[in-house]
Design a protein around this ligand. Structure first.
Ligand code: BEZ
Length: 219
């Protein structure tokens, strides 16, 4: 069988039919026109994963405000996901509202490169952020012993949306950057004409620059 290469940032999310706790879904087609964040976890009924599901669910409204859907995934059967969801609701008081892919045969995990190193059958903690054109914008991997920071994913999606809409770049730790706070970075000039434009913008106080290649403006 032909080995398909692991998807990378900038690739289209691979087309696949998946079984989830909310029925069968066609990825990425069913999510075209909106953002989605697909995250894998090692296994149901494990402690760190449980804290992650609770954290994703309690921020689900914030993701949806950013027109972003959540999709979980592990190499477990759908009945295991359903029992674990039931446990979370009964014991932690949160109903998991987003779908979780039941990848019992590991086909999705293998296609997305989620089985790493010594682990033959469980997925690493991975995150794919996919934009409305089904293009993969970010891929992140975490080890089993470290739970993820969901607020960072919200920050990333806000950053991507601002960068796309306004043609700017987003500084470190935005919107609390140590140098320029919530301001955003202008793409460096790549022609003499653009350089003149930047100088004029600087003179007019529209932008501020540390140097010609590090200019920023109000958010
Ligand atoms: C956890 O979620 O706690 C976990 C999962 C797999 C390996 C180790 C920890």
């Amino acid at each position: 069988m032909e080995e398909k290469k692991m998807p990378l940032i900038g690739d289209k999310f691979p087309e696949m039919k998946v079984q989830t706790t909310k029925g069968t879904k066609q990825l990425p087609k069913e999510y075209e026109g909106q953002w989605f964040l697909l995250f894998s976890h090692p296994a149901d009924f494990t402690p760190v994963c449980t804290t992650e599901f609770y954290a994703f669910q309690t921020r689900y409204d914030k993701f949806r405000e950013l027109d972003t859907e959540l999709i979980g995934l592990s190499v477990d059967q759908v009945f295991s996901h359903l029992k674990w969801e039931e446990w979370i609701e009964e014991n932690l008081g949160e109903e998991i509202e987003f779908p979780i892919i039941a990848d019992g045969m590991g086909q999705v995990a293998n296609r997305l490169g989620l089985i790493h190193g010594g682990s033959a059958s469980t997925t690493v903690r991975a995150v794919f952020i996919v934009d409305p054109k089904s293009t993969i914008r970010a891929i992140l991997y975490y080890p089993a012993e470290l739970g993820r920071n969901m607020d960072e994913f919200l920050r990333m999606i806000r950053g991507f949306q601002k960068a796309d809409k306004e043609g700017v770049a987003i500084p470190a730790n935005w919107p609390e950057n140590e140098l320029i706070k919530d301001r955003v970075i202008m793409p460096p000039a790549n022609s003499t004409e653009m350089l003149k434009k930047r100088r004029k913008q600087e003179e007019d106080g529209e932008i501020e620059c540390y140097d010609w290649w590090l200019c920023h403006r109000k958010p």
